[in-house]
Ligand binder design. Structure first.
Ligand code: PLV
Length: 365
């Protein structure tokens, strides 16, 4: 049976003389008028968001550590393994409906989201990743049906190749963090949390790579009227382009990415994130942890919450486990007592038990 939302969309797209040439084994076609054949699966995918309303869990052990209720927004449980699907799903629904293919440059998770969304929209996906991307991510991308192109040492190199491919082959470029549609999509993480939380948070804790999540969360805080809620923006030493920009008072391009949190590894943060840090509309506290602290946080989170996340996410969790939240309170940069702490558990696909032991060995933890 065809969903009514799909039929409505079919009619409006027909009016726009939309036609699809994409057919896959998993797709059947509906002839609506003589020359009008369109993928029902593709339209069904476009009629509703790709992301899920994720659980908001209270963590007893983190609450004990911080001394205020800690709520975990479990973005690791998104179908693509991270929050990225919120923004990328939204962007693709706006820009890739009639695309002959999408190309996304990624440290891994944006690529996972783009590959998932493209598969649902029956559009081919090419994901360009740097050579630092673990084999397990490359395999997971292929499992989603994507073509994987490994180019360069860091994300910035892969991005140059993705832009070249988009131009040369007429593909839709899907940026991993720097686009207003991504921020709009990511903002739903705050409105969802607001619908479940009984009181306004005292702070939001998240990780920063290129700054897309930060921009989305700030937009979400503005949307729900929580502009007095500070954001604790975490990076690892060696993937710290936002912290470097905040300290310098201008955008800074790092020489290299030396952290193992490769999914935080953009050399330059997006301009909008930097502008938010300067505008003071919302207080943003930029802090760093070491790779050892991020990895330690991944392990503690696995032990205590029974969930395996990657280093990029460990950077945010380390703010709780390393006592950083307390230090910020002692320094008067966060209020004491503090209202509930909302932690965006951004997730990530670049971790399994083998990768965990590899990193433990490499970082001597
Ligand atoms: N990862 C991007 C950028 O990498 C990517 O291509 O997947 N947590 C996780 C698990 C992530 O994968 C990322 C970004 C972030 C946090 C940070 O998000 P951002 O880039 O929007 O600040 C180079």
């Amino acid at each position: 049976m065809v969903d009514f939302r799909v039929l409505g969309l079919l009619k409006s797209l027909h009016r726009q003389r939309f036609s699809s040439h994409v057919k896959t084994k998993r797709t059947f076609n509906l002839t609506f008028h003589s020359n009008f054949s369109i993928s029902v699966q593709r339209l069904g995918a476009m009629a509703r968001p790709f992301h899920l309303n994720t659980p908001l869990l209270e963590s007893v052990s983190m609450t004990q550590r911080v001394g205020t209720p800690v709520f975990l927004k479990m973005e690791n449980s998104q179908p693509s393994g991270s929050f990225k699907i919120r923004g990328i799903g939204h962007l693709c629904q706006q820009l890739a409906t009639d695309s002959k293919g999408v190309v996304c440059s990624s440290g891994g998770n944006a690529g996972m989201a783009a590959a998932y969304v493209a598969r649902k929209m029956c559009v081919p996906a090419t994901i360009v990743v740097p050579s630092s991307t673990p084999q397990l991510v490359v395999q997971r991308l292929r499992d989603q049906g994507a073509t994987v192109n490994i180019t360069g040492k860091v994300w910035d190199d892969a991005n140059a190749e993705a832009l070249r491919l988009a131009e040369a082959e007429g593909l839709t470029y899907v940026p991993p963090f720097d686009h207003p549609l991504l921020w709009q999509g990511h903002s739903s993480v705050v409105s969802e949390a607001a619908a479940s939380l009984e009181e306004k948070p005292g702070a939001v804790l998240l990780s920063v790579g290129g700054g897309g999540l930060l921009c989305g969360v700030i937009q979400g805080l503005k949307d729900v009227g929580w502009t007095d809620v500070p954001v604790i923006a975490m990076e690892t030493v060696g993937a710290d382009c936002f912290n470097a920009a905040v300290k310098a008072g201008r955008l800074v391009t790092l020489d290299d990415i030396t952290s193992e949190a490769k999914c935080l590894g953009a050399k330059t943060v997006c301009r909008k994130a930097f502008e938010f840090s300067q505008s003071g509309e919302i207080s943003i506290i930029s802090e760093l942890v070491t790779d050892q602290q991020a990895l330690g946080a991944v392990e503690t989170f696995l032990d205590e919450e029974r969930v395996l996340v990657e280093m990029a996410c460990g950077a945010a969790l380390a703010a709780v486990y390393s006592g950083l939240v307390h230090r910020l309170q002692d320094e008067g940069r966060l209020p004491a007592p503090l209202g509930p702490l909302l932690v965006i558990v951004c997730g990530g696909s670049s971790m399994d038990m083998e990768q965990l032991s590899h990193l433990k060995h490499k970082l001597h933890t």
